[in-house]
Design a protein around this ligand. Sequence first.
Ligand SMILES: [Zn+2]
Length: 235
Amino acid sequence: MKNKELEVDELITNDNLLDNLTFDEIGDDHLFTGMETPMKADAFVMSDDEKKDKIANLFSQIMDVMGLDLTDDSLKGTPRRVAKMYIDEIFSGLNPANKPKIALFDNKYQYNQMLVEKNITFYSNCEHHFVPIIGKAHVAYISSGRVIGLSKLNRIVQYYAKRPQVQERLTNQIGTDLQEILNTEDVAVVIDAKHLCVSSRGVKDDTSSTVTAFYGGKFNDDEKIRQLQNYIYNQ
Ligand SMILES: [Zn+2]
């Protein structure tokens, strides 16, 4: 236990990552260090119930340190509420057991143009500040012979959104997973999102939003991209 704490401490004070940027700078500039969500090897040794107990306990300590009176009726239930929300809802996408089960169907209609599922509203959380990222995802694919239920496109977006995220990774994770599920390179994902860490704190810009895109296979083509953008923004 002692060792574990030391390791975490060392990690936090190690400033020599990514070309001498400090961890603080990496977080505040929202730099992105990898495609995979960084997870520990033993991430799922503890059960969800054990995690909730532990988080409730630790969160009550945070509240206590900030001077909040945890005997107050309004605050009493907060640590457990937050723990349940983290594990069962807003960070449930960390656990592969929660990945949506996807069934594909034959493309009976022989529809061979792009299919666009647009304006998929999602709520995620910035992994640098743990405050919300709220946005819309637009997902497109061209069938390689099999098709997916439309609601499943939505569910894949929600699954990856329910993690501490950076928008670039969220975009790529949705794109590459859909390529695998649909067995085609021809997948595109465009995400337009607001980061509350930018609008409600820090630089406090309430009007900017961040747009990211993933274009695979046939979507690496100016005409296809124009067509996709036309579907997303003009229709
Ligand atoms: Zn942030």
